[in-house]
Write a protein of this length. Structure first.
Length: 302
């Protein structure tokens, strides 16, 4: 059995139940062996990129630690025999302890095309976003850009998300659902456009829209107004690098990073351990405390 030293959950065995209340179904023992998809991560957390970690943070907010731990074990053992991501739905087949595999699905209403169009307009406004997307990655502030257009990349608080598994477990996130999500997260690492496809936009649709907006020039971009469209005041060369009188009116309110350990997640595991723990699992909480302390100092709270 692979030992899982994840900092969130203790080592788990698929035939051991945590004290999370009496199970609503009979314990049929360890799962039947299956030669299915296996997670690349053999220990510690799963998910290398910020977008896969956000998806798993979303899952972990909905699930129970014990079941999530068993789900990771299932994902690493190859219990997920099929996984499909398509518009509005993630489907999987997971082999459990019964002869008949379980059917898993996570269904969510796709983001409407008009909302996607607003996001595409905002992305097309900066060449760096287009370059990052064409490179097969999501910009680090993709979520912030989408949220500024009234769009949530992941359904807020699980609203509108329907999670189903054909197993008898009454919990929303059982170990079969968790196993499917961990493997989906690794698929998102390989191809972030799968996450966007689940939310209703394919790679071809998004990149095609970006190209059209970029090639169309300013005619397709939001019109920017500066001081009511009054002519800009000419600046003397000697004053170019000097702050004007309007500087005092600028107010900056720093905002802490949504993921304090984004740099760690983006870098991925480096293979260093402190005792039984990956160094990333030790640094993550430290990054969070530093971020919180810096934010408090910036606002004069500490």
């Amino acid at each position: 059995m692979d030992r899982d030293w994840d900092h969130i959950d203790p080592p788990v065995s698929d035939d051991v139940y945590f004290d999370d209340g009496p199970p609503s179904y009979e314990d049929f023992g360890p799962p039947l062996e299956a030669d299915g998809l296996k997670a690349r991560s053999r220990r510690g957390r799963i998910g290398d990129s910020w977008w896969s970690r956000r998806f798993l943070d979303f899952l972990e907010d909905l699930g129970h630690g014990g079941r999530l731990g068993r789900g990771r074990s299932y994902a690493r053992k190859g219990q997920v025999v099929d996984l499909v991501v398509e518009t509005g739905e993630i489907r999987a087949v997971v082999q459990g302890s019964r002869p008949q595999p379980y059917a898993v699905s996570l269904t969510v209403a796709p983001i409407p095309p008009a909302s996607w169009a607003a996001v595409e307009d905002a992305l097309a406004d900066r060449a760096a976003y287009a370059a990052t997307l064409l490179d097969g990655r999501l910009p680090h502030d993709f979520e912030a850009v989408a949220r500024g257009c009234g769009v949530e990349l992941l359904p807020a608080g699980g609203s509108g998300l329907v999670v189903r598994c054909s197993c008898p477990d009454a919990e929303t996130v059982c170990k079969h659902v968790a196993a499917a999500c961990y493997l989906a997260a690794e698929s998102f690492d390989d191809d972030p456009f799968l996450l966007l496809l689940w939310r209703g936009r394919s790679r071809e649709e998004l990149l095609g829209a970006m190209r059209r907006r970029r090639s169309g020039g300013a005619a397709h971009l939001p019109r920017r107004q500066v001081r009511g469209d009054r002519p800009a005041r000419e600046v003397e060369p000697r004053d170019f690098w000097r702050a004007g009188p309007a500087l005092d009116s600028i107010r900056v309110r720093p905002q802490a990073a949504r993921m304090a350990d984004a740099a760690l997640a983006e870098r991925g595991p480096i293979g260093l351990c402190v005792g039984p723990l990956d160094v990333e699992d030790l640094l993550g909480p430290m990054y969070l405390r530093i971020t919180q302390a810096a934010e408090a100092r910036a606002y004069g709270d500490g």
